[in-house]
Ligand binder design. Structure first.
Ligand code: PD2
Ligand code: ZN
Length: 269
């Protein structure tokens, strides 16, 4: 049953009346979201045409049956929307990504806030490599799976990245969204618009360290081979959410491999 139709009749009427009065669907969705009706809020924006949409994971069940795999939800935070998924990738898929990336890894870079160029920085001490969408068969499969899980078109995604962290390698606290107040944002949002969501896939088990930590929310997600983490960088009205500050904690034992997929507001072509 649709999450909107599962709402009490009075609230269904409230939605209809406000839409008829011309109130922004995104604003109505924020109200539903704040009342805790998360799936209904996302359904409202994603099933209506002329409004801003957002990637969404259906949290009504503890598992999600995708066309090629059943995955399970192990953790949720609703504001901001953060969901941890178990068994998203098979061990073979993790190995395939690692083997392909290993010989191509170079020092990771960050966006220069002054001009939008990419520079090396001691805030991000990993090596990494980037791919085109659909560059290999495994990448194609994974991108379709992400798209199905998040109800977000494949062409709204940046190319996959694979990162390797070892011996204290980390990614210090940062935002993945582009802050409209920064000059560089104009350059980096020309193609694809805002980075509305982040999808991280953990490709290796790590002895110690390497958690993805949200310092303003006081929790962290530990790396586990095959599991994934999604978080929304913007709210249902499209506004950036500073609570999404997050870090890749230093790896202190073992090697962490991670794959990143950033989701854009519009086609990234
Ligand atoms: O490696 C991580 O856990 C991590 C944490 C935060 C990666 C990113 N951000 C990123 O690639 O944006
Ligand atoms: Zn990040």
């Amino acid at each position: 049953m649709s999450a909107l139709r599962a709402l009490e009749k009075d609230w269904q009427e409230w939605v209809k009346e406000n839409i008829a009065r011309g109130v922004s669907v995104n604003k109505l969705a924020v109200t539903l979201f704040n009342k805790g009706w998360i799936d209904a809020a996302y359904e409202l924006i994603n099933d209506n045409s002329n409004n801003l949409k957002a990637p969404h994971i259906n949290t009504s069940h503890n598992y999600i049956q995708l066309s090629d795999k059943r995955v399970s939800i192990s953790f949720t935070c609703y504001s901001p929307f953060v969901v941890s998924i178990d068994d998203f990738l098979s061990f073979d898929e993790c190995q395939a990504l690692i083997s392909d990336a290993d010989s191509k890894l170079k020092a990771s870079r960050v966006v220069n806030p002054k001009d939008g160029s990419f520079i090396e920085h001691n805030a991000r001490t990993s090596t990494s490599t980037g791919y085109q969408r659909g560059q290999t068969a495994v990448i194609k499969t994974i991108e379709s799976r992400i798209s199905e899980l998040l109800h977000w078109p494949v062409d709204h995604g940046e190319g996959l990245q694979v990162l390797r962290y070892e011996d204290g390698g980390e990614y210090r606290p940062h935002f993945d969204f582009f802050d409209p107040a920064k000059k560089s944002s104009e350059v980096v949002t020309k193609k694809g618009g805002q980075r509305v969501g982040t999808f991280l896939m953990y490709l290796s088990d790590v002895g110690a360290g390497g958690a993805t930590r949200f310092p303003k929310l006081n929790f962290e997600v530990r790396p586990k081979k095959g599991s994934a983490l999604y978080f929304a960088n913007t709210d249902l009205n499209g506004d950036i959410n500073p609570l999404t500050l997050h870090a890749g904690m230093p790896v202190t034992e073992g090697v962490k491999y991670l794959s990143t997929k950033w989701l854009r507001e519009k086609p990234y072509v």
